[in-house]
Design a protein around this ligand. Structure first.
Ligand SMILES: O=P(O)(O)OC[C@H]1O[C@H](O[C@H]2O[C@H](CO)[C@@H](O)[C@H](O)[C@H]2O)[C@H](O)[C@@H](O)[C@@H]1O
Length: 944
């Protein structure tokens, strides 16, 4: 351990963890390690070392003083001595940057291999097995219904993928080859760096990684080798490999993730009319792969362990694990953007995906915008109750929060000291002397906006011809699995700019369609006058952070370069406007930003840079890693405490004792769903109102009792219902109106002007939907508006759209303190200002102040609240607090529902009762309880 390089991400051996504590499983699609097979005809490690150490064919090697080919004028070419693909990512001690860029440990001082040279296609490397499937299927699959028909005929599920002609001998070669564990060249470098930094800083325990090897593994099926690989990774590297079939991986990653989720999460809706079919066909693979992860984690989990799931590849995993391990501590962090609900709803599997995510607690996002979108999407698509903090499910609360990832400057600074970086800094400084340099390194997919950037640069040159010869754009483009024709389009633009503006000594765009070694990458960030990011959407963008660190002037006099940054990146929202923020869709704006960057005074650059440096230093990867884990602990603690306190059933004997010992009693009894079954429920059995009335009459007979019934109904309806119990107090329209016992007048709490104003706004929205939903109607109550769609001609459609109407009102009318709630056949809109608990508080204060004995007055020493709905929870909380504060001697709060609650007792059926033949409904149970109180009350009355 002591000898490990400071650059190396450290993964402690499993044995150490086993004795110490609870484990942290970090589930991410790709493990930080993969396997290199030493095949008979592949270069051995020693021969590869020899290559790196200069024993390569001398005729192909440039002289030491040769100009670095990276920046040789046209055609842009590969840097000298670029090792072949199979040499990449094979040395231990690699460092990853955000995009999974592999970088050699600088201990290996002579080797400067390329990083992730061409983002090798899955199964496309010659030191690893080939996939059993052809991936991806050609785009033409969408044009040929017949292909699907044929697949169906053959009884196959999923994407129709012809078998490759891979031979049996291929499998045998790999089954018998020697192998080594090497650093993986794909995956989330930002996450790995953060985990490594947190471990180094001692602020988080080492983790057990769970992921795939990022290579086809069917060829290893049934071999001892597969088991050995598994065991070695588990025991020596703390990594649990998930082996899934090549077909599942292919369908999951290349199809569902890359063709459906990645574009949609970045606002690019697949517009092929047949892409729905495409999505359906790859969905099952997404499910299968997630299930593979779930099985692996469930098998290895023990009580107290933490599970932290990462990114859009594994969205079903939280609920898959939750269903097997209800008590597990599970967190989910989404690294990519989360789109607006309007975009997310285009996904066919939208509900499954959201429900999958909600198995976690907490769910984390990079920035507030994504959190907001997620909350809105859940509210709209799942019709669940949301607050700014999270989502209230029936049985638990899911915290939703944002905490942005950062970089590890410590490690980055160590790498910057590498003499190789200095070598490249010096070369490039000389090469571009007197010129402004704009740099960029992006994946070449539509989302990253490389095309827009080049067009903006072209516009800049067109508008500012005086800058010819004085400015260069160096664009590094990493290839992706995306097949979009973008490649050719970008190539054309580069050619056009260069052919228009180049001279014998000047090439305006240096375009490298390949990745570059890390040392060159760092050198580029160091010598640049500006970094230009024009992503159309991006979860964060850590290249910007790395750029800021490299611009401190420590290794180059060129410093404090400008950051031209798309406003659609997560990073943009953190940088307080000190970046040159651009809308990548506006070429004009981007070209002006280039001009501004090129002409900015050094004072202004310094001021902006200092601010950005401060943000980057504060928001580190290590901090992100530990703060998410501590938030996960907190969420779990709260949840667990709640689960642990199993709410006791109401003890009637104890209640009777409290009752008989008290002198002034105050009752708040909810009506719908509590005293009578909820008529909204499809299976409702309406209670016998006469029995309810009889029980209430008995209760109010004792003048030490003051009883209020709380209801959503209108005042006149309640009056009619309870006219035979005049001594009963009533709360109508969920707290807007109160009628005290024995009074005939109502007190209204709502401010009429306010009500009129919010109703106007809400009515105009409802009116719009009313006109488009024949059969629906708007009910105008004094303090609420109700949109009824029970009789809608197309009920199914109305029911489906109700969550959108609800969300629309909640978004538009937030400032007016109103809230819309979707019920079974209606959407109810009412004010936040007057609720059941505000009414209960008023009544309590009023009764307290009223002279003892006069009109049920005097300080209550017994308070009972019974209810079932979410709106009753606040009344429970209020009553519990009165007891805690010593204001009321006995406060009894009772729920008659199964939701998680603040009530101290429940009247729901215990499991054994539920199975008994004569099962009772909550309202019956309450009647029983009240009947018992009635007898006590009568007995007490007789005694006195
Ligand atoms: O291409 P994939 O294998 O599907 O992975 C998606 C990307 O994951 C990583 O980027 C994401 O996380 C970064 C760190 O939180 C964040 O800055 C970025 O915006 C996210 O997209 C990885 O760095 C990329 O290379 C992957 O493409």
């Amino acid at each position: 351990m002591e000898n490990r390089s400071p650059y190396t991400t450290y993964y402690a051996p499993l044995a150490v963890l086993a004795v110490s504590h609870h484990d942290i499983f970090v589930a991410s699609l790709f493990l930080p390690k993969t396997i290199y097979f030493d095949l008979p005809d592949a270069p051995s490690k020693s021969s590869r070392k020899a290559l790196r150490h200069g024993h390569r064919d001398a005729s192909k090697r440039p002289a030491l003083n040769a100009r670095p080919s990276l920046f040789t004028p046209r055609p842009p070419s590969t840097p000298p001595l670029t090792p072949t693909e199979d040499e990449t990512a094979v040395d231990d001690g690699l460092f990853m940057n955000e995009d999974g860029l592999t970088v050699q440990d600088v201990d290996d001082s002579e080797f400067r291999g390329p990083a992730d040279k061409e983002s090798p296609s899955w199964g496309g490397r010659n030191f690893q097995p080939t996939s059993r499937v052809d991936a991806p299927p050609p785009a033409s699959i969408l044009e040929h219904e017949k292909t699907f028909e044929k697949a169906k005929e053959l009884g196959r599920q999923g994407v129709f993928q012809p078998r490759t002609s891979r031979s049996e001998s291929h499998d045998r070669v790999f089954a018998n080859a020697n192998w080594r564990v090497v650093n993986a060249d794909r995956g989330n470098g930002g996450l790995r760096n953060a985990a490594g930094a947190a471990a180094r800083d001692g602020s988080a325990n080492e983790v057990i990684w769970v992921g795939t090897l990022g290579m086809p593994t069917d060829a290893l099926n049934g071999t001892q080798q597969k088991q050995d690989i598994h065991d070695r990774l588990a025991t020596e590297f703390n990594m649990l490999p998930v082996f899934c079939s090549d077909r599942d991986f292919d369908g999951h990653y290349l199809h569902f993730c890359k063709q459906i989720l990645w574009p949609v999460f970045h606002y690019q809706i697949p517009d092929n009319p047949k892409s729905k079919a495409y999505e359906d066909h790859s969905w099952q693979f997404y499910v299968n792969l997630n299930q593979g992860f779930a099985d692996k984690i469930v098998k290895n989990w023990k009580r107290g362990d933490t599970i932290w799931i990462h990114d859009y590849h594994l969205l079903l995993l939280p609920s898959m694990i939750r269903s097997k391990l209800p008590e597990a501590k599970i967190g989910l962090f989404l690294h990519v953007a989360f789109p607006s609900s309007e975009v997310f709803r285009c996904l066919a599997a939208r509900k499954q995906l959201l429900e999958g995510m909600l198995g976690a607690n907490p769910v984390g996002f990079q920035i507030a915008e994504y959190t907001r979108h997620f909350l809105q999407t859940c509210s709209r698509l799942l019709s669940c109750e949301t607050t700014s903090e999270g989502i209230q499910l029936e049985d638990r609360f899911v915290d939703v929060m944002n905490t942005a990832i950062g970089i590890d400057s410590v490690s980055l600074n160590l790498h910057r000291q590498d003499p190789e970086v200095m070598k490249w800094v010096n070369m490039m400084r000389d090469r571009y002397k007197g010129k402004k340099i704009i740099v960029a390194r992006d994946k070449l997919d539509l989302v990253r906006g490389v095309r827009q950037k080049l067009l903006a640069f072209e516009l800049f040159l067109n508008k500012n011809p005086s800058w010819r010869d004085k400015i260069v754009l160096i664009q590094v483009a990493l290839s992706t699995t995306e097949k979009s024709g973008l490649d050719a389009a970008v190539g054309d633009i580069v050619a056009r700019i260069n052919s228009t503006w180049a001279s014998l000594s000047y090439q305006p765009v240096v375009y490298l369609k390949q990745d570059i070694p890390y040392s060159q990458y760092l050198a580029l960030l160091t010598i640049a006058d500006a970094l230009m990011i024009t992503s159309q959407r991006e979860g964060m963008n850590l290249t910007s952070h790395e750029f800021i660190v490299c611009q401190d002037g420590a290794y180059c006099d060129q410093k404090h370069g400008s950051l031209i940054l798309s406003e659609f990146t997560g990073t943009s929202s953190l940088f307080g406007g000190q970046q040159l923020s651009v809308n990548p869709w506006s070429y004009r704006e981007c070209s002006e930003a280039i001009k501004q960057a090129a002409e900015m005074s050094s004072e202004e650059r310094a001021t902006r840079w200092s601010f950005l440096r401060e943000v980057v230093s504060r928001q580190t990867g290590s901090h992100w890693f530990t703060s998410f884990l501590s938030r996960l602990d907190q969420s779990y603690e709260v949840q667990h405490r709640h689960d642990q306190i199993s709410i006791p059933r109401l003890n009637l004997n104890h209640l009777a004792k409290q009752y008989s010992q008290s002198e002034r009693r105050l009752f708040f009894l909810d009506y719908e769903g509590t005293l009578v079954s909820n008529e909204r429920s499809k299976n409702a059995v309406v209670s016998n109102p006469h029995r309810v009335l009889a029980v209430l009459s008995d209760l109010v007979y004792d003048n030490r009792n003051t009883v209020f019934v709380m209801s959503a109904r209108r005042a006149d309806e309640l009056e009619r219902l309870f006219q035979v119990v005049p001594n009963l107090g009533l709360i109508a329209e969920n707290g807007c109106f109160i009628r005290y016992p024995s009074k005939s007048t109502w007190t209204e709490f709502a401010d009429r002007n306010k009500v009129t104003s919010w109703k106007e706004s809400v009515r105009s929205i409802l009116q719009y939907y009313l006109e488009r939903t024949p059969g629906s109607e708007i009910e105008d109550r004094s303090c609420s508006l109700i949109f009824h769609f029970k009789n809608a001609e197309d009920y199914t459609m109305a029911e489906r759209q109700a969550s959108d109407w609800t969300a629309h009102i909640n978004e538009s009318c937030e400032d007016q303190h109103v809230h819309a709630t979707q019920l079974e056949d209606s959407v109810v809109v009412e004010s936040h200002d007057w609720t059941k608990d505000t009414a209960a508080t008023c009544i309590y204060e009023h009764i307290k102040e009223t002279k003892d004995g006069e009109n049920h007055g005097g300080q209550p020493d017994f308070l009972m609240v019974v209810g079932d709905g979410r709106d009753d929870e606040k009344v429970f909380r209020w009553a519990n607090k009165l007891q805690e504060d010593g204001d009321v001697k006995n406060a009894v709060t009772v729920t008659v529902s199964n939701r998680n609650t603040e009530a101290k007792t429940t009247l729901t059926q215990a499991p054994f009762e539920a199975s008994s033949k004569v099962s009772q409904r909550p309202s019956d149970l309450l009647e029983l309880g009240i009947s018992k109180l009635k007898s006590l009350a009568l007995a007490a009355a007789k005694e006195s």
